[in-house]
Design a binder for this molecule. Structure first.
Ligand code: C2E
Ligand code: MG
Ligand code: MG
Ligand code: MG
Length: 280
């Protein structure tokens, strides 16, 4: 129909523009409802020591229980939430829920390991993260060494004085700091020296094509060596195969996370995974 005439074209175009504007409003409304009802859930993915396979930690990954589309992953709504000014309540819920859940598992004798929470650059700038962490730890009773914050390199690029103060304040609480998706942003050795960072998480785009792709092997090797020389723990993200495990073990990578260990799991599946892991 759209190709029939110039007029038809305009009409078609105008209609689809209206539809997408309406859809944005509709999605925003659904998201606001979800926030009001806490219609989110956290899935957890284990991180294990490469040397002996023991559990090192769990990463909390948010999902939206969308009324029309089922469970929706963060790549589909975090940026949208930010653009609609709705990320803060979601991020606060994630932080509180991750700490509450980990404390509950610890009270059962499970998961004597940290939980990692992701914070986007915008969230890091908009919220008083250190004060918020302190209050959530107090409220949930979780000990600070059982919380980690994952930040991307884009956080380190902005307002260095304020970023340094905030990171130092988080560190002073006893909470761990990881750099997520390392290698995809603009970090440098200088940043890594300046900020109180504990872990580098090697972005899964570098891991995906190893061991076959020699360029990727070179990049992963360099990051692991740099991590070691700066006394930072290195974590390989998105590890899917035994061949990748063998490569990473040979390179001296400390930790791995990925489907080869476990997919991110809902609360009940994680609990069962922790129970099985405990009796090993
Ligand atoms: P991320 O922090 O780098 O998390 C790892 C992502 O890789 C997760 O996707 C996980 O499901 C996926 N993954 C893990 N292992 C494998 C693997 O072996 N192969 C492949 N192909 N993928 C793997 P997910 O859960 O969709 O999260 C995507 C991103 O959304 C996260 O990347 C993180 O940046 C962001 N995110 C997740 N939860 C939150 C949150 O609570 N707040 C904020 N601000 N961002 C979040
Ligand atoms: Mg992460
Ligand atoms: Mg990552
Ligand atoms: Mg990512």
């Amino acid at each position: 129909h759209a190709k029939e005439s110039g007029r038809g074209n305009r009409q078609f175009y105008a209609t689809s523009m209206d539809a997408s504007a309406l859809d944005v409003l509709h999605q925003e409304r659904l998201l606001r409802d979800a926030i009001a009802r806490n219609d989110f859930e956290l899935h957890y993915q284990p991180q294990i020591h490469l040397a002996d396979g023991t559990l090192q930690g769990l990463e909390a990954l948010v999902r939206w229980r969308h009324p029309e589309r089922g469970l929706v992953g963060p790549d589909e709504f975090i940026t949208f939430s930010e653009s609609r000014g709705l990320i803060t309540p979601i991020g606060r819920w994630v932080m509180r829920e991750a700490c509450r859940q980990l404390k509950a598992w610890q009270d059962e004798g499970l998961a004597p390991v940290p939980v990692a929470v992701n914070l986007s650059a915008l969230e890091f700038r908009q919220r008083d993260v250190a004060a918020e962490i302190a209050s959530v730890l107090l409220e949930t009773g979780l000990a600070p060494q059982y919380l980690e914050i994952e930040l991307t390199e884009s956080v380190l690029m902005h307002q260095t004085g304020q970023v340094l103060d905030t990171l130092n304040a988080i560190k002073a609480l006893g909470v761990g700091i990881s750099i997520d998706d390392f290698g995809t942003g603009y970090s440098s050795l200088a940043y890594l020296k300046r900020y109180p960072i504990d872990k580098l998480k090697i972005d899964r785009s570098f891991v995906a094509d190893t061991p076959g792709n020699t360029d990727d092997v070179a990049i992963v090797t360099a990051i692991i060596q740099m991590g070691r020389s700066l006394q930072l723990q290195t974590v390989a993200e998105g590890v899917e195969t035994q061949a990748q495990i063998d490569l990473l073990a040979g390179l001296g990578c400390d930790l791995i996370q990925g489907f080869v260990v476990a997919m991110p799991m809902g609360e009940e599946s994680t609990r069962r995974w922790l129970l099985r892991n405990k009796t090993k």
